[in-house]
Design a binder for this molecule. Structure first.
Ligand SMILES: [Zn+2]
Length: 422
């Protein structure tokens, strides 16, 4: 438990550091955006777009980490809570033991008191018997001739001494002897019983001390666990605050990506306007701008094996924003990747998340995205026709196997690619 806490502390600390780095990145990105009034070159905007995409992926990765951390914290909390519950029930059962020991000790003390009273009664009866016997012996002496009776009485220290003077035993009346023997036996028996009761009492009191000790130890563990639980609650609160911050950062990055795409579109509109002006003036336009005519797409690779459909939530923190298509031969790179439609390559670069990737602008706010390629065969500005081989399939970037992630963006939003095929 403690080792785990240490690790979590480190993780949290690392998280905070990354948060700072990411905030700095966000500030830089925002600055880049505010510089759009300088009309940066289209290529720069596209590089920013790629960077913003990476930054967003990094935030998503951190979000996943913090979610794992939260679920671990919850697991730890549940463990401690169930342990505290167990301690509670142990403490309750110890309280029961202490209570029953208290009752037993009280009973034992009463029994000892009773034994003591009985002992005193028997001793008193015995003494009375002795006194009356002495009177009888005195009478025997006064009416007889043997002085040894009186001697015996004078020299005897107590009743048992008297009884032990064997030579005189037979002189005592049979009745007295029987009574004295009986009293002595009873007294001894009661004394023995009392001794046993006292021994019982001692062991009960020892048990009481032990159980009280156990109770104190358990109460100490319990307060430690309650403390630990409090610490975990604090950590959860920290992690949740961090999670909220990451969610906010992610939204900022998404906004940054949208703004950059809008900037690309604005520049294209401007080029289109210039082309129209040139047409009007009878001059040759400097640039041609693609226009999507609504035609059907070509499937972007020979394989049709879809490994993860659009909108898929399995093992993901947000819905899948494209279609994953596996290689013709599972795990083997190099399948050709085709341009899904006529257009201009807007982006052909490497990103740590998307790997080698391509964006094709088809015009009218429609773009296709091809990720994780082993090799790119086109570059930014290349005009492509539907079906042209633009790249080879691979598993570059944040990918777990050879596949093509094919995405379609319409006006800055990912849409379901399947509706563009015939
Ligand atoms: Zn994918």
């Amino acid at each position: 438990m403690y080792i785990m806490e240490g690790t979590m502390k480190k993780r949290l600390h690392k998280g905070r550091m990354q948060s700072v780095v990411k905030k700095v990145t966000a500030v830089i990105l925002v600055s880049v955006l505010s510089l759009t009034s300088y009309r940066p070159a289209l290529a720069d905007t596209k590089q920013d777009l790629s960077n913003a995409n990476d930054a967003k992926a990094a935030i998503e990765k951190k979000l996943q980490d913090v979610q794992n951390q939260l679920s671990q914290l919850n697991k730890d909390k549940k463990n401690i809570e169930s342990y505290i519950k167990e301690l509670d029930s142990n403490l309750a059962s110890i309280d029961g033991d202490i209570n029953s020991l208290g009752i037993q000790i009280e009973d034992k003390k009463n029994e000892i008191t009773q034994a003591q009273e009985m002992l005193e009664t028997v001793q008193q009866q015995s003494q009375e018997q002795y006194e009356s016997m002495k009177l009888r012996i005195k009478y025997m002496y006064e009416n007889g001739t043997d002085s040894s009776y009186l001697n015996m009485l004078i020299t005897a220290q107590d009743m048992s001494d008297l009884l032990n003077k064997a030579e005189y035993i037979n002189k005592i009346t049979e009745y007295d002897r029987q009574m004295l023997d009986q009293y002595a036996a009873t007294e001894q028996q009661i004394a023995e019983t009392k001794e046993l009761l006292e021994a019982d009492l001692t062991s009960l009191e020892q048990m009481q001390v032990e159980v009280e000790g156990q109770k104190q130890a358990l109460a100490l563990i319990q307060s430690t666990k309650v403390n630990e639980l409090q610490k975990l609650d604090n950590k959860s609160a920290d992690a949740k605050a961090y999670q909220a911050q990451l969610e906010k950062d992610k939204k900022e990055q998404e906004a940054a990506i949208l703004a950059m795409e809008a900037e690309i579109k604005r520049q294209e509109e401007e080029a289109r306007r210039k082309a129209e002006e040139a047409k009007k003036n009878g001059t040759t336009p400097a640039v041609t701008v693609p226009t999507y005519d609504g035609g059907k797409f070509k499937w972007p690779t020979p394989s049709t094996r879809i490994t993860s459909p659009y909108g898929d939530m399995e093992d993901r923190s947000s819905p899948h924003h494209g279609v994953d298509i596996g290689a013709k031969t599972r795990g083997v790179s190099g399948d050709p990747i085709y341009a899904a439609y006529d257009g201009t390559v807007t982006l052909a670069t490497y990103s740590s998340s998307a790997g080698n990737w391509i964006w094709i602008n088809h015009g009218n706010g429609l773009m296709t995205v091809y990720m994780h390629c082993s090799k790119l065969l086109v570059s930014e500005g290349t005009k492509v026709k539907k079906g042209d081989t633009i790249a080879l399939m691979g598993t570059t970037g944040n990918s777990t196997g050879v596949h093509l992630h094919f995405g379609v963006r319409l006006n800055g939003k990912y849409v379901n690619p399947m509706s563009y095929f015939g």
